[in-house]
Design a binder for this molecule. Structure first.
Ligand code: IMP
Length: 455
């Protein structure tokens, strides 16, 4: 059997609906792998009208596939054990494999995350406060503690002792207390190590062997390409490589072994946290979550609230309202250049249903000049004004109506939505082969057969 590996990547700021698409594709795969990030991610998968929320577990876990947390992931063992227990309660014994070289998040990492955010003031990214940045910092400074260290008390203790002292001095230097007990953390993490030991392996070896054995593998991106530490909007992104380039580093798979790369494009823009967002619609503070929707004046605030409510744009990890805006094809184009996608998936166009007209950003105006490229630097982006084209909107349909459309296929989509899709394809010069018009696996329209996807 011929092995095939497919990467599923977010094209923007995360929350593009990758979890649902990975879950959908996972039916035909053997293994789903996460290669970066940690429990800053969050995905919701709906199966048989039941909602499942995960932060660390790769999406394929509900299909009972093998799931791997690669070396590039940072792991909060308490969160992982909680997710394993949650799965056991619904009779899924996860076939989980954890890299022995993945780095471990400690309670003081989370604490430092909050302190550093405060210290950064205007440069704060609005992190999820899960300790992601501080854990990666320790990894790269080579003070980090890895999963392998958790399973041996003689390895763990001296490393923790060193790290603990360093962090304590650092925090006190910043002028804050360090309210942690080293022995308590040591004992707790040793217990975590005992529970997780059976899952810990050299995943680089395991995955390369799986490819040799002809297995099908999905690499599931977390966050979105524009949050990348290297190619995203620094410093307003996350601390890992969120584009396809991160796969090799975060798994130990050669670039020659990645067969296909799929980009997930959301029909509108959303973002949690700080940094400029050129196509942003209104302010997140104007309305509360349960305020009724009213778009009679078509103001940016009204449309923003409409999209946020209908798209349930509230963080899976933090519950924070997400900033929303019109689709920004200039930034997505940059993602397409980086990732060199084979094809795209469009998610959540149903959310825009009911708007009289919809806009697409196709250029920016910067210093009185039109520019066509993503300027990368937040200082320049903050001064860019979006240049839009306006298209007629499509109907606000019920869940059942969207579901019936999914059963009939692409031709049954509202004509104006089809034109919206054609416009995106024309601009990005890439085909949209899958369209997701609802949260369930069934609400998915294919313009490619599953055999072609896996060929
Ligand atoms: P961190 O990853 O918690 O350090 O947060 C850094 C930035 O990335 C913040 O702006 C977060 O809101 C954003 N971020 C992290 N994870 C996600 C995600 O899964 N979806 C969307 N944004 C994210």
């Amino acid at each position: 059997m011929k092995a095939i590996t497919i990467a599923v990547m977010g094209t923007s700021w995360g929350d593009e609906g990758k979890g649902k698409i990975v879950d959908f594709l996972a039916e035909d795969t053997d293994i789903v792998v996460r290669f970066q990030g940690g429990n800053n991610a969050g995905h919701t998968v709906v199966v048989n009208n039941q909602k499942f929320k995960f932060h660390l577990m790769p999406s394929g876990v509900l299909q009972n596939k093998e799931v791997v947390l690669g070396n590039g992931v940072v792991i909060d063992p308490a969160v992982l054990i909680e997710e394993i227990d949650k799965l056991k309660k619904i009779n899924i014994n996860p076939k989980l494999i954890i890299s022995s070289t993945a780095h471990v998040i400690f309670p003081f990492h989370k604490y430092i995350d909050g302190l550093e955010e405060k210290t950064k003031k205007g440069y704060a990214a609005g992190t999820t406060l899960q300790g992601i940045g501080p854990t990666y910092s320790d990894k790269y400074a080579r003070f980090g503690i890895r999963m392998f260290d958790l399973i041996d008390k003689d390895l763990l203790y001296p490393k923790l002792e060193k790290l603990f002292e360093l962090k304590k001095k650092y925090v006190e230097c910043l002028g804050f207390d360090f309210p942690f007990d080293k022995e308590e953390i040591f004992n707790k993490y040793l217990d975590y190590g005992k529970i997780l030991k059976p899952f810990i392996k050299d995943t680089a070896l395991y995955l390369n062997q799986a490819i040799d054995d002809g297995k099908k593998i999905i690499f599931e991106g977390a966050q979105g390409s524009l949050l990348c530490i290297d190619h995203g909007m620094y410093p307003y992104g996350t601390s890992s490589n969120t584009w396809a380039g991160g796969i090799c580093v975060g798994t130990g798979i050669s670039p020659k072994r990645i067969d296909k790369i799929i980009g997930i494009v959301k029909a509108y823009t959303s973002r949690v946290g700080g940094g400029p967002l050129p196509t942003e619609l209104g302010s997140i503070n104007k309305y509360k979550k349960d305020d009724p929707i009213d778009i009679k004046n078509h103001t940016d605030d009204e449309i923003g609230h409409y999209i946020r409510q209908k798209g349930n744009e509230y963080g899976t990890t933090t519950g924070r309202p997400r900033r929303v805006g019109w689709i920004d094809l200039v930034s997505i184009k940059y993602s397409c250049i980086l990732n060199n996608f084979d094809f795209l998936v469009l998610t959540l166009p149903d959310v825009l249903g009911g708007l009289k007209e919809v806009k697409m950003c196709i250029q920016y105006e910067y210093n009185g000049t039109k520019i066509n490229h993503w300027p990368i630097h937040s200082e320049i982006i903050s001064k860019c004004k979006p240049v839009y084209i306006t298209l007629p909107g499509w109907e606000d349909l019920s869940r059942e109506q969207w579901h019936n459309i999914a059963l009939k296929g692409f031709d049954a989509l509202p004509t104006n939505l089809k034109n919206y899709i054609f416009k995106i394809e024309e601009f990005l010069k890439l085909p949209i082969k899958i369209i997701s018009i609802g949260p369930s696996r069934e609400d998915t329209i294919l313009r490619i057969t599953k055999e072609e996807i896996w060929n």
